[in-house]
Design a protein around this ligand. Structure first.
Ligand code: OSB
Ligand code: MG
Length: 374
């Protein structure tokens, strides 16, 4: 089955978060989200989402650079019929360097379109096997350790299988100590620095070893694999890489150097599902566990993450919180939910995303729209 894209519509929505989300490099209160709507020659429609944020504090890409890259360079590459979704990745990578979030938004939409055409779930098309995926929560930086302890306790009570705490040099040891004390010794607790430290902080970060942290995510600069390896040699806590992992080759390098023992895969960060699957396979072959990270996605991007996380080597809980944790009202139905024991069910018996896009809700939230006919 081939894929002939007739129309690419970009819609930017403004979706207010229930609570601001603070990481070491910035805070998000309203999520500006770039949505992609594809229509093929038969009128089949598929939606997708770009994970880029408003500011370049997590990655160099932003909502505005992604919109520009898609409209100017990527969508025109879809003029000729595609043999399969991997064909899109090959074209994008042959002609455009970087812009992985922009590529991913289109590529993942193409996978969803292919799943719709074939009447199969995105999970099945990707080779997913898992029906239930364990869910972890990512807690933003709180005003003080007591506030964090209260949030962590509430999350544990809701059933989350892993509690991740954002840290920064101004909010680390005392905050993690409070979270561990509140959760007790058996809870799975991890931390994410979003690149806020340098190797000179190695001694300071070693204090986290005392709190039995499941992993320390992305302590150093994304480009710096060698210093992550040096840091890992001084810590008992396993390092996990997020921002650093941009391709399968990058993942191979990180594992060869000893820069991490765990990898966070976000399909929206690495250029889409084709690259995400390749990273998954590299890690599986090396015996390194992976988990699916999140980027405060709407229900559309979440559907993509859930589908990817159904692959066999996603053995650790993913940042796949239910819709109600982020939004008053999501843009899909039914909303994403979590079982009482902290799992999300893969909608493997429904075609495509497995959830319906609420187009009225999208209309209501749209702040900008653009149509491209490749
Ligand atoms: O590093 O995983 C991260 C959100 C924005 C930017 C970076 C990150 C995050 C999260 C959110 O941790 C996880 C989620 O979507 O629940
Ligand atoms: Mg992270």
């Amino acid at each position: 089955m081939t894929i002939a894209i007739r129309r690419v519509t970009l819609r930017e929505i403004a979706l207010p978060l229930r609570e601001p989300f603070r990481i070491s490099s910035g805070v998000t209160s309203v999520r500006r989200i770039l949505l992609v709507r594809l229509e093929d020659a038969d009128g089949t429609v598929a939606w997708g989402e770009c994970v880029a944020g408003e500011a370049p504090n997590y990655s160099p890409e932003t909502v505005d650079t992604a919109r520009h890259a898609i409209a100017t360079w990527l969508a025109p590459l879809l003029r000729e019929t595609l043999a399969d979704p991997a064909d899109a990745t090959a074209r994008f990578d042959a002609h455009v360097r970087g812009h992985r979030m922009a590529k991913a938004a289109l590529e993942m939409s193409i996978w969803t379109l292919a799943a719709e055409q074939r009447g199969v779930s995105l999970s099945a098309l990707l080779g997913g096997k898992r029906e239930l995926i364990p869910v972890g929560i990512s807690l933003g930086i709180q005003p003080n350790p007591a506030a964090l302890a209260a949030k962590a306790t509430a999350a544990a009570r809701e059933g989350y299988r892993r509690i991740k705490v954002k840290i920064a040099p101004s909010a680390d040891v005392t905050f993690v100590r409070a979270a561990r004390a509140a959760l007790g010794p058996d809870a799975c607790l991890s931390v994410d620095a979003n690149a806020a430290y340098t190797l000179a902080d190695a001694h300071h970060l070693a204090q986290l070893d005392a709190f039995d942290v499941a992993m320390l995510e992305q302590p150093l600069e994304p480009e710096d694999l060698r210093r992550h390896a040096e840091l890992q040699r001084t810590l008992r806590t396993p390092l996990c890489l997020d921002e650093s992992i941009t391709s399968a080759a990058r993942a191979e390098d990180a594992l060869a150097l000893g820069s991490a023992r765990i990898i966070n895969i976000k399909p929206g960060r690495v250029g889409g599902f084709t690259h995400a699957k390749a990273i998954h396979d590299v890690c599986a072959a090396a015996g390194v566990p992976v988990w699916c990270g999140g980027m405060l996605e709407s229900g559309i991007g979440r559907a993509c993450n859930v589908a990817l996380a159904s692959l066999p080597n996603f053995t650790l809980p993913g940042d796949l919180s239910p819709s109600a944790r982020y939004w008053e009202r999501d843009i899909i139905s039914p909303p994403w939910t979590m079982t009482g024991d902290g799992q999300v069910r893969v909608p493997s018996n429904r075609p495509g995303l497995g959830v319906a896009v609420d187009e009225d809700r999208v209309d209501e939230l749209t702040v900008r729209q653009e149509e491209i006919r490749p």
